[in-house]
Design a protein around this ligand. Structure first.
Ligand code: PEP
Ligand code: MG
Length: 548
C-alpha cells in the first residue's frame, strides 16, 4: 500500500489511465521531400485539433467552455499556417516546422506580458496536440480509454481539470500537488475522490487496478477483492452517516460553528443554493469580471448579485469585492509591469488606482441587497492594515451596507487582528493566500505544496491570533480558504475559536459530521496538539490519531 494526502473523500477502485505526457519531438530530419504535401498535413492536423477542442468546449460548462472556445481559435489562425509553410520552406521537418511556428507566437505572447502571457500555456497545449496528431501519439490531456478509470498524473493543469467528467473519472491520484492545489479544489467541487502528493503515482501504469481512498489518502495497488469490498463497505457506511448529517453546524455540545458555501461561478449557483448551508461565506465576484474586455456596468452587476441573493432567500451572503491581480488578472485593468504581482497592486489595493470600480461595485451590491431578503455582508480582499480596514468599512457603510469586514490574507493583518477588527465588523481568514504569504511560497507552485500545507503550525498560529482577537472584541472570525473543508482541520479551527467555516458545497456534510462528533473541549485539545507540533505533517498526524 502507498499513499499521499487525501483531499476529496470517497472510495473508488478501477483501472489506471495516465494523463498522456506532451509528445517529445524526434530529431529534425531536415527538408521534407514534399513541402506542399507536408503543409497540407499540417493544416489537417491543425483543423483536427481545433475541432476536438471545440467539441470539448461544447461539452464543458460555463467558464471552461469559454476558455476552450478561445483555445480552439488558435490553430485556425491563418498566420500560423503560413508560418508553418515558411518553416518548411526553410528546410525543417514537419514536426519541427510546427513547433518552431508555435514557438514564434509563444515568444510574442510572452513579450506582451500580463493577460496575454498567461495564454502562453494554452498555446503550448495546442502545439503539443498538433505535434501528437502528426506523430500518431496519444493526445496530451485527459485520456479517453472508453471505460471509467482512475486518472493518474504527475499533476493536473487547470485546463485539464476543467474538463473532468465525474461519470468517467472514478478517482484522481497525482504525484505532486497539495491540499490547496487546483486538483484538490476541483476534485472536491466535483465530488471525485482524490489523493495528491502521492510519490507512488509515478510508477502506476495504464490498466493496473488501484483502490483509492480520498479520505485517508491510501492508494492500494492491485487490491484483493476483499480489500475492495471492505473499503467500499467503509465508504458506504460513511456515505450513510453523511446523508444523515443535516442542519446548522454544531459541536457535540451544541456550540455553533456556521457552515457556509464558497461560490465563484454562475454555473455553481443552483447546486450551492440547494446545499444544506447557512449561506454564502465567500462570493468570489471575479466571476463577473473574468473573460470580459470591459468593466461590467452597475446594472449588469445588480442583475448578477440579485440572482445570488434571490437564490439564498433570507440566508447570509458574504460578498467579497473584486480581487483582481496576481493569480486573477483582468483584461481591462492595467496591472502595469509588475515584477512580483502577488506583492503588487492587487485586491483592495486596486481601489486607490481605480476608485470607481470599488464604489460602483458597492453601489450595485447595496442596490441588489435592498431588493432582497438575504443578509448581505461585504468584505475586502488583501487588506494589510487597520487603516485599510477602516477605510473600506466606512465606504461600505456609507453605501448603505451595514456589515463590512476584511479578509485576513496578509500576515500583517493577522498580527494586528485586534486593531483590524476594531475598525470593521468581522474578519474572514483566507488561508490560501495567508499560507502563501506566511511561508513565502507561491500558491500556484505545486513544487512548494509542502510549504503551502494548511497544517503548517506558523499558519495555525496566525489563525489562532485572529480568532483570539475576534473573541476579545466580540466580532465574528470565519475561515473561507480551502483549509475550512478539511474535516480534521475544521475541528482545530473550532477549537481556536473560529465562528464559521466556508467551503465547497460538497465538503459540507463531512465537516458537519466531524464537528457533531466532538465537543468544544475536544476541539480545544486538538487545536493545542496541532499548535505544538513541530511541522505540518506532525500536526495532521497528531490530530488524526487523537480522533480515530
Ligand atoms: C484565500 O486566499 O484563502 C481565499 C479564500 O481567496 P482566493 O482563494 O479567492 O484568493
Ligand atoms: Mg485570497
Amino acid at each position: 500500500m502507498s499513499g499521499g494526502i487525501g483531499v476529496s473523500t470517497g472510495v473508488a477502485a478501477g483501472p489506471v489511465a495516465r494523463l498522456a505526457a506532451p509528445p517529445e519531438l524526434p530529431e529534425d530530419s531536415g527538408q521534407e521531400p514534399d513541402p506542399a504535401g507536408a503543409a497540407e498535413r499540417a493544416s489537417a492536423a491543425l483543423e483536427a485539433v481545433a475541432a476536438e477542442l471545440e467539441s470539448r468546449a461544447e461539452r464543458a460548462g460555463d467558464t471552461a467552455s469559454a476558455v476552450l472556445f478561445a483555445q480552439a481559435m488558435m490553430p485556425r489562425d491563418p498566420a500560423l499556417q503560413s508560418k508553418i509553410a515558411d518553416e518548411l520552406a526553410a528546410g525543417r521537418s514537419l514536426p519541427h516546422a510546427v513547433a518552431a511556428a508555435f514557438g514564434g507566437f509563444r515568444a510574442a505572447l510572452e513579450a506582451a506580458g500580463g493577460y496575454l502571457a498567461e495564454r502562453a500555456a494554452d498555446l503550448d497545449d495546442v502545439a503539443n496536440r498538433v505535434v501528437a496528431n502528426l506523430l500518431g501519439l496519444p493526445m496530451p490531456g485527459i485520456p479517453a480509454p472508453g471505460h471509467p478509470f482512475v486518472l493518474v498524473a504527475e499533476d493536473l493543469a487547470p485546463a485539464d481539470t476543467a474538463m473532468l467528467d465525474r461519470e468517467r473519472v472514478l478517482a484522481i491520484v497525482t504525484e505532486r500537488g497539495g491540499p490547496t492545489s487546483h486538483t484538490a479544489i476541483l476534485a472536491k467541487s466535483l465530488g471525485i475522490p482524490a489523493v495528491v502528493g502521492c510519490p507512488a503515482a509515478r510508477d502506476l501504469t495504464d490498466g493496473t487496478t488501484v483502490l483509492v481512498d480520498g479520505g485517508t489518502g491510501a492508494v492500494v495497488i492491485s487490491p484483493s477483492v476483499d480489500e475492495v469490498a471492505r473499503a467500499q463497505e467503509r465508504a458506504a457506511a460513511l456515505a450513510r452517516a453523511l446523508a444523515g448529517s443535516v442542519g446548522p453546524g454544531r459541536t457535540a455540545d451544541g456550540v455553533a460553528v456556521a457552515l457556509l458555501v464558497n461560490l465563484g461561478a454562475e454555473g455553481e449557483l443552483a447546486a450551492a443554493a440547494s446545499a444544506d448551508s447557512e449561506g454564502v461565506g465567500l462570493l468570489r465576484t471575479e466571476f463577473l469580471y473574468l473573460n470580459r474586455t470591459t468593466v461590467p456596468t452597475v446594472d449588469e452587476q445588480v442583475h448578477a448579485y440579485s440572482a445570488v441573493f434571490a437564490a439564498f432567500g433570507d440566508r447570509k451572503v458574504v460578498v467579497r469585492t473584486l480581487d483582481a491581480g496576481a493569480d486573477k488578472p483582468l483584461a481591462f485593468v492595467d496591472h502595469g509591469d509588475e515584477p512580483n504581482p502577488a506583492l503588487g497592486v492587487r485586491g483592495y489595493r486596486l481601489a486607490n488606482r481605480h476608485p470607481a470600480m470599488l464604489t460602483d461595485q458597492l453601489t450595485a451590491i447595496a442596490t441588489a441587497a435592498s431588493n432582497h431578503d438575504a443578509d448581505v455582508w461585504v468584505m475586502a480582499p488583501m487588506v494589510s492594515t487597520p487603516a485599510e480596514a477602516a477605510a473600506f468599512a466606512e465606504l461600505a457603510h456609507t453605501h448603505g451596507l451595514a456589515v463590512a469586514g476584511t479578509m485576513v490574507e496578509v500576515p500583517a493583518a493577522a498580527l494586528r487582528a485586534r486593531q483590524v477588527l476594531e475598525e470593521c465588523d468581522f474578519a474572514s481568514l483566507g488561508t490560501n493566500d495567508l499560507g502563501q504569504y506566511t511561508l513565502a511560497a507561491d500558491r500556484m507552485a505545486s513544487e512548494l505544496a509542502g510549504l503551502l500545507d494548511p497544517w503548517q503550525p506558523a499558519l495555525l498560529d496566525l489563525v489562532a491570533m485572529t480568532a483570539r482577537a475576534g473573541r476579545e472584541v466580540g466580532k465574528p472570525v470565519g475561515v473561507c480558504g480551502e483549509a475550512a473543508s478539511d474535516p480534521l482541520l475544521a475541528l482545530v479551527f473550532a477549537g481556536l475559536g473560529v465562528t464559521s467555516l466556508s467551503m465547497a458545497p460538497t465538503a459540507l456534510p463531512a465537516v458537519r459530521l466531524s464537528l457533531a462528533a466532538h465537543t468544544l473541549a475536544d476541539c480545544e485539545h486538538l487545536a493545542e496538539l496541532a499548535l505544538t507540533a513541530r511541522d505540518a505533517t506532525e500536526a495532521r498526524q497528531r490530530v488524526a490519531e487523537a480522533v480515530h
